[in-house]
Design a protein around this ligand. Structure first.
Ligand code: ASP
Length: 599
């Protein structure tokens, strides 16, 4: 690490090779132990921690300063590096074989009493951590995650650079575009009543760059989507966004493969073995009930409709007659008691199924199940055989509409399934997505975004519900790391897609006329992708939540406890923007304020 003038070396860089050297360190008091006069301090800086011995007899500072030294004081220390006395070395610490005997200490900046202990072993409420994020990131968990994030971005940039991509920044105040999520809007002062949108992604700009002849573009891009929060979602997040001209799906996947492998290697130090799995959307849905299957374990969905084609069991018979399906997963040796099995039933209902049938396979292929008495022996034998079940296995069966069966079993599979090894990484390319998602009311919305090329334009016009697109996703351990597609480069086809989406020609012209116009100037065929950096790094760091990877994230409710955003603004500011807050909102504010004043 470049040290600057206030220190000669990083605390964490010291080793036995430095014994005998005089060094100057600067950092924070991470721990302090008073041993009858001699004070031991763990001095931490960005490079790590080293033990410093402050012996009043060596007079590194006045007694007052020495004894006044508190946790997280920012200090500068000069001293001699020596081997730790025998029996006092610390194998848990990278610098544990040495210590620095201080000859000089100055307090650069004292610290108030801390709101929480910066010890990693102490569990701290997340809101408090976020409110004092600058302290939280002195802890090794956050410090390590920030380093990992930086390493990942560096790895990505290196690959992009080697492949000849040009890094281009695109604006973050743009016109609203239809990318699927709700836009975050920014009011314009100069054009009152008009709004910029923050980009959901640089999608249209990267396509303009292709029209502009850039051919290979990338960007570490901030994206904004006003969506509900989840563990792997924030309103503001970062993508590695890239695009290429004269490029198709296979070109994109090849570069993507290289990027993913490089990031894993640089962060984990071990290569990803073998090829990434690849399957179509249809296969993923059929086998795993999900378009982002977790392939670290099997437990595939098994279709039992044939087994029950002539069943007398009314519940299944009715579902099959009305065009539904009966499917199962073999949960393996779950060893659940009755209450545990009932909990699975409730979980399935919570997920939208009318019910769930469980079966525990006994000796000789008999089963224990609340519905066993309604099934014939041969049905039971077939279920056991089709599910490849062994004694002790628990089968979970759902009968319903295909979409419900898949989503419920797909989720139960994730609830139950466990990877053999927590560090395992199962990458998968999912290809051949449909063009549209069909809503309950029959409405069509783009499965990816409306700039994605349909596989066949006639198919898209004639049967949009089942038409396929040229889009693809990268999935890691059941999480969608990102998506991309081959784009439409023909303005007529682009206009048709808008039409099928029920955006009238006039509306399309008003909203995206500028883009349709650009497509008319010799647009090269192009394709691209975007990887969610926060998600990727959180998985590689085994973090349960992308907030652990984002330096200053928002809470689940979109607030930042550190800076207080989002916040009300002054009336003057609103007036300048030509904005007035509705009475109903003002009344709601009054209630909130009253609640606060009573707290
Ligand atoms: N813009 C797309 C997204 O953010 C990615 C792409 O199609 O390249 O999902």
């Amino acid at each position: 690490m470049a040290t600057g003038l206030m220190k000669t070396i990083g605390a964490g860089e010291l080793s036995t090779g430095n014994i005998g050297e005089e060094v100057t360190l600067a950092g924070w008091v991470a721990r302090r132990r008073d041993h009858g006069g001699v004070i031991f301090v763990d001095l931490r800086d960005a490079s790590g921690v080293v033990q410093v011995v402050l012996n009043p007899e060596d007079a590194p500072a006045s007694e007052e300063v020495l004894h006044g030294l508190r946790l997280e004081y920012c200090v500068q220390i000069t001293g001699l590096v020596r081997a730790r006395p025998e029996g006092t070395t610390n194998d848990d610490l990278a610098t544990g074989a040495v210590e620095v005997v201080a000859s000089d200490l100055s307090v650069l900046s004292p610290s108030q009493v801390l709101p929480f202990q910066l010890d990693d072993r102490v569990d701290v409420d997340e809101t408090l951590r976020l409110q004092y994020r600058y302290l939280d990131m002195r802890r090794s968990r956050m410090a390590t995650n920030l380093r990992a994030r930086s390493q990942a971005i560096r790895a990505m940039r290196n690959v992009m650079d080697e492949e000849g991509f040009l890094e281009v920044e695109t604006p973050t105040l743009i016109a609203s575009t239809p990318e699927g999520a709700r836009d975050m809007l920014v009011p314009s002062r100069l054009r009152k009543g008009n709004f910029y949108a923050l980009p959901q992604s640089p999608q249209l700009f990267k396509q303009l760059l292709m029209i502009g002849g850039v051919e290979r573009y990338y960007q570490v891009a901030k994206c904004y989507r006003d969506e509900d929060f989840r563990a792997d979602r924030q309103i503001e997040f970062t993508q590695l966004d890239f695009e290429g001209s004269f490029w198709g799906q296979e070109d994109v996947l090849e570069v993507l493969d290289r990027i993913a492998r490089r990031v894993v290697f640089d962060l984990r130090g071990t290569p990803v073995e073998g090829d990434f799995a690849r399957m179509t959307y249809a296969q993923a849905m059929e086998r795993y009930g999900s378009d982002k299957p977790d392939l670290r374990f099997g437990m595939e969905l098994v279709d039992l409709s044939d087994v029950f084609s002539a069943t007398e069991f009314k519940a299944f018979e009715g579902v099959l007659e009305s065009g539904g399906t009966v499917q199962a997963i073999n949960g393996g040796q779950l060893g659940l008691a009755r209450s545990g099995l009932d909990a699975q039933v409730s979980r399935a209902q919570e997920l939208g199924a009318k019910g769930l049938v469980w079966m525990v396979v006994g000796e000789d292929g008999s089963v224990r199940s609340p519905v066993a008495k309604f099934l014939t022996e041969s049905e039971i034998a077939e279920i056991v055989s089709v599910c490849n079940a062994e004694e002790g296995d628990t089968l979970l069966i759902v009968a319903d509409k295909l979409t419900v069966v898949r989503s419920v079993l797909g989720q139960l599979r994730l609830d139950i399934g466990k990877p053999d090894n927590n560090d395992e990484l199962a990458f998968a390319f999912i290809v051949d997505f449909p063009v549209f998602e069909v809503g309950e009311d029959g409405s069509l919305s783009p499965a990816h975004h409306p700039f994605t090329a349909p596989a066949d334009i006639d198919e898209m016009i004639n049967s949009p519900e089942t038409a396929m697109s040229r889009s693809y996703d990268l999935v890691l351990n059941g999480t969608e790391l990102g998506s991309g597609s081959v784009r439409i480069h023909d303005p007529e086809i682009q206009a048709k897609v808008f039409e099928v989406m029920n955006i009238s020609a006039e509306d399309a012209e008003n909203r995206f006329g500028w883009f349709l116009e650009a497509l008319r100037y010799g647009t090269p065929p192009h394709a691209g992708f975007a990887i969610g950096i926060d998600r990727f790094v959180s998985i590689l760091r085994n973090e349960p939540n992308i907030r652990e990877i984002i330096p200053f994230p928002k809470t689940q409710t979109g607030a930042d406890p550190l800076t207080g955003s989002p916040s009300r603004v002054e009336d003057d500011q609103l007036a300048e923007l030509g904005i007035e807050i509705r009475t109903s909102v003002l009344e709601a504010w009054a209630d909130i304020d009253e609640d606060h004043s009573q707290e």
